[in-house]
Design a protein around this ligand. Structure first.
Ligand code: ADP
Ligand code: MG
Length: 722
């Protein structure tokens, strides 16, 4: 029998509860581990503080003459918190967070040591970048990459059980200045969006226009599995998802988990996570059970995109670390369990500034309404024009399991506006909204928009990109992804659309058309060209999949192999080039890196399917068959007949499984491909189906073999035992 599994269950059942901890006051712990403006003000000379404050608000470069003073204050603060090391933290193209640690230690001539941290070390680091994917930007012989502090994102202390590290969020560039990370393009996309948005705001009559930034609040879904089970599953350890596993008798069909009472042990875990996040200045705000058993969600209050993105990375790190401490493994994979809802990350996104506020908020005056419609129109144009790029931004081997299944938005990009707003745009298109006051006709810039009721309904849930009252929610993003990629795309396409709208408005105005008329004309054009992307129906339905492609001409890109090649299209290259967000070389490198990651993750999983089937499942089947067959033989000797069918069935399934993994092993051996694209397609169309085929037999075996012989913790155990 399988003792490891039984032991795991015993260990969980007899688990001692985490010792209770006195709750701390939010005000006492808030941003305790962040070197924020308050702490700078307390520790820096006034002139230095003023200078850095200005740098931060305007997103400028740090004045080198004050770097030493800032570094010194930061070091003293970090040492007072127990740090001996500092780390430049950066965000390579892998969705991970990377860090290089260095000691403050400096050895003197006399052999004594002192702590040292100069402005130069704060501002610039030199990690050996050779082992980070760069998509061919640098050969390893010129492996030098530079990290530089992103002053707009504050330094913080990462605590571990026996120490602390000062962490400095940085950009990561090659020695020739090319972006090797996700932060540089994000900052550039914000700058591009700011430029176009400011231009439009000025055309709309604003004189005082502050820097426009984008905001992001992301909802993170995740699974918790007891570590006693997870460590017995090679697939969870190496691939982050189960490659085999028969559906349990009970899944999520009772809908009894969603928003149900949070299991006690999980709530203790969540509170621990939240306390750590508060200390890091991350405004965690909501927590709840998700749809699937064992699935949960955490969401913060929204922040400026660039800080929100760093904080999101930190949140994923904190979730994983804290889970370990509580005897869980936190799974951020998009589809850890087949047949049960997967995890996404809803990226709530808006743009705004301190002078005009949230530009995606309809507001309540005619002027604000008109402005809102302009920005909303820009988004509609962007999604229509660059839908495939949005799809590419969320394309990973793991997210492909989710998109297009009936639990997550489809792999077709469309916009959900809600009934009322959709109607307004339809009227603009039909010409029944105008600048001339006819009876019963809405006059843009003069009349007030009908109040938009917030659709809390199910419909927007099936949309990949939904307007939710004062922001858009990109719902198709994967749970393990960095939010930077999606934010870069949203900001960049908005920059492009606003630029186009700005130019069109300008030309209308210079022809003597007054502002409201110009707005109506331009929005009508947007709707005529791009209105096909608006869809308020059920995004999961077959009819939509058909209609979207056949009638509306929208792209359905079900796999990463279909989606990523769009990065090679000329109009995408132009978009990034003209907005200054990515050079053609940088864009090309992203295609190469993401494609390689897709291929590698499928290859790793395929190898794992083969090895688990051979070394875990096959031996279990044989052991069971041996017991069964000797029992049948002994009984026959005694003149008793035991049905032989079940032995035959196990033997047949085992043979079919061996045949399937034989085909899969052979398929993995193919290495000659004409292009990366062909290799990706091979993974999607040949390797994946063979993995599915192998799985079918393994899962069927799980239903036939005596439970005590089964080597892997079951879905039932992993999802329901807490
Ligand atoms: P729901 O589950 O209804 O979508 P949540 O409250 O779980 O709502 O999450 C909504 C997220 O959207 C939160 O992170 C919230 O802070 C964020 N958000 C709210 N307003 C904005 C905005 N204007 N811009 C960006 N994000 C926003
Ligand atoms: Mg949401």
């Amino acid at each position: 029998g399988n003792t490891a599994r039984t032991q795991a269950v015993h260990q969980i059942a007899n688990r001692e509860a985490m010792p209770p901890k006195a709750p701390e006051r939010l005000e006492d712990i808030w941003a305790q581990n962040v070197f924020n403006l308050n702490k700078m003000q307390a520790s820096l000379p006034k002139t230095v503080f003023k200078s850095i404050e200005k740098t931060i608000t305007n997103g400028e470069k740090l004045d080198p003459s004050i770097a030493d003073a800032v570094a010194n204050a930061m070091k003293d603060w970090a040492i007072s918190k127990g740090a001996l090391y500092y780390a430049h933290v950066f965000y390579p193209m892998t969705n991970q967070t990377a860090e290089k640690h260095d000691g403050f230690i400096s050895v003197q001539k006399n052999g004594n040591v002192i702590s040292e941290f100069s402005g130069k070390l704060l501002v610039q680091g030199e990690p050996d970048g050779s082992s980070f994917p760069n998509g061919g930007i640098r050969g390893t012989f010129e492996a030098r990459g530079y990290t530089a502090w992103d002053v707009t994102s504050p330094a913080y202390i990462m605590e571990t059980d026996n120490g602390a590290t000062l962490c400095i969020p940085t950009v990561f560039v090659s020695w020739t200045g090319e972006a090797l990370d996700k932060k540089v393009p994000l900052l550039r996309s914000i700058a591009a969006m700011d430029k176009s948005a400011s231009k439009v705001l000025k055309l709309l009559g604003h004189e005082d226009v502050a820097r426009v930034n984008s905001s992001c609040g992301s909802e993170q879904e995740y699974f918790l599995v007891d570590a006693n089970f997870a460590t017995q599953r090679p697939d969870l350890l190496l691939a982050g998802r189960t490659l085999f596993g028969k559906a349990p008798a009970k899944g999520q069909e009772f809908d009894d988990h969603y928003f149900g009472a949070i299991p006690h042990r999980v709530q203790v875990f969540m509170q621990d996570v939240e306390e750590k996040l508060y200390k890091l200045g991350i405004p965690a705000k909501t927590r709840h059970n998700e749809v699937a058993p064992g699935q949960f969600e955490i969401a913060p209050f929204f922040e400026a995109a660039n800080v929100a993105s760093d904080h999101q990375q930190l949140t994923m790190t904190v979730l994983k670390h804290t889970a370990k401490k509580h005897g869980f493994v936190c799974l951020l994979h998009e589809k850890p369990f087949a047949g049960i809802n997967g995890s996404g990350k809803h990226v709530n996104w808006s743009v705004g500034n301190s002078t005009q506020g949230n530009l995606l908020d309809p507001g309540d005056s005619p002027h604000e309404n008109a402005q809102f419609l302009v920005f909303c129109g820009a988004v509609i144009r962007g999604v229509h024009k660059y839908g495939p790029l949005m799809r590419a931004a969320i394309a990973t081997a793991s997210n492909d399991h989710r998109l297009g299944a009936n639990e997550a938005p489809p792999a077709i990009m469309s916009v959900y506006l809600g009934t009322q707003l959709e109607e307004v745009f339809e009227q603009i298109k039909a010409g029944t909204v105008s600048d001339s006051k006819k009876k019963g006709v809405m006059d843009i810039g003069v009349d007030v928009l009908p109040p938009l009721s917030k659709d809390a309904g199910d419909r927007n849930r099936t949309s990949p990109f939904a307007f939710t009252g004062n922001r858009f929610e990109f719902r198709a993003v994967g749970s393990h992804q960095s939010v930077s990629g999606p934010l870069i795309v949203l900001n960049t396409m908005l920059a492009d659309s606003l630029d186009w709208i700005g130019n069109r408005l300008e030309s209308e105005l210079s022809n003597g058309v007054e502002l409201n008329g110009a707005i109506v004309t331009v929005l009508k054009e947007v709707m005529e060209e791009h209105g096909a992307v608006i869809f308020g129906g059920n995004g999961y339905s077959e009819e939509w999949h058909k209609m979207a492609v056949e009638e509306r001409g929208l792209a359905n890109l079900p796999t990463t192999a279909d989606a990523l090649p769009c990065l090679k299209e000329e109009y995408i290259e132009d978009l990034f080039k003209k907005t200054g967000v990515l050079t053609p070389v940088e864009l090309e490198s992203r295609f190469e890196v993401y494609a390689e990651q897709y291929i590698l993750s499928i290859e790793v999983e395929a190898k794992l399917v083969v090895s688990m089937a051979k070394t875990l499942i096959y031996p279990a089947a044989v052991e069971y068959l041996s017991t069964l067959s000797s029992t049948i033989a002994s009984l026959t000797d005694l003149g008793i007949d035991l049905d032989k069918e079940s032995a035959k069935k196990v033997a047949d399934l085992t043979n079919s499984m061996l045949a399937a993994i034989g085909k899969l092993s052979a398929a993995i051996e193919k290495h000659d491909f004409a292009s990366t694209r062909e290799h990706m397609e091979y993974c999607a169309q040949t390797i994946r189906p063979l993995m599915d085929e192998s799985r079918e037999y393994v899962d069927a075996l799980e239903g036939e073999i005596a439970d005590c012989f089964w080597p892997l913790p079951t879905y039932q155990e992993m999802l329901f035992v807490k």
